[in-house]
Design a protein around this ligand. Structure first.
Ligand SMILES: C[S@@+](CC[C@H](N)C(=O)[O-])C[C@H]1O[C@@H](n2cnc3c(N)ncnc32)[C@H](O)[C@@H]1O
Length: 205
């Protein structure tokens, strides 16, 4: 499969395959349970959730455990990861690039976690519009923050990791979105660490 951007090619290929084993961990599932129980308790009426860039579903497993009745969807570019996602009958899987994804369906909560940082920055405006369209109530970003756009080396690769103020950018673009909450999870948290992640919960007015 040939994709438009070098970043998509990277995640669809061998690097993305190898990432799967680094991502599979019981302690990460525990941290995700702690994180999503906090987020979901702020928005208790959510009954459908879509993750863009779900990998093998470490976040969605936690969400399914916390919200077993919720309709859950996953968009993922990497074929090996999709094979793992397809093992779960509670999950609707879309084997597609986010850059090509479209749907007439909408979800109460649409989120990304460690994914916007890896997309081609010039595609972000259309991705913000897509997220807005796919969500009928809430958008959650869990990414690496920097006040101004910054490219950093990622495991020896350049042009693969970009930090910025993703939430600020979508808020500037969509006046009908509002900031509901935000926070930081430290990699040295004593109980439930995450990878120095900043998160922003946005709501549609
Ligand atoms: C750093 S991982 C994060 C995985 C997951 N969100 C988590 O928190 O465990 C990035 C994921 O996004 C996927 N991805 C990257 N670019 C994508 C794209 N353009 N479309 C769909 N998935 C993509 C990768 O294959 C990988 O599974």
């Amino acid at each position: 499969m040939v994709y438009d951007t070098e970043q998509e090619q990277f995640w669809a290929g061998e690097f993305g395959d190898a990432y799967i084993e680094r991502n599979r961990s019981e302690s990460l599932l525990a941290s995700n349970l702690a994180f999503f129980s906090k987020v979901l308790s702020k928005i208790p009426s959510v009954s459908s959730v879509l993750e863009l860039g779900a990998n093998i579903g470490m976040n969605l497993h936690a969400i399914h455990l916390l919200s077993p009745q919720a309709r859950i969807g996953a968009v993922e570019i990497n074929e090996k990861a999709v094979r793992e996602l397809n093992k779960h009958n509670w999950l609707n899987v879309y084997h597609q690039s986010i850059l090509e994804f479209s749907s007439v369906e909408t979800w109460d909560l649409v989120f990304t976690k460690g994914v916007l940082i890896h997309l081609s920055p010039d595609k972000l405006p259309s991705i913000y519009d897509l997220l807005f369209k796919l969500s009928n109530r809430y958008i959650l970003f869990c990414e690496y923050y920097n006040p101004t756009p910054l490219e950093v080396n990622y495991r020896g690769y350049s042009n693969r990791l970009f930090k910025r103020d993703f939430a600020g950018e979508i808020l500037d673009r969509r006046m009908d979105l509002t900031l509901l909450d935000y926070g930081f999870v430290y990699h040295r948290d004593n109980s439930f660490p995450q990878d120095d992640m900043t998160w922003f919960l946005l709501g549609k007015r």
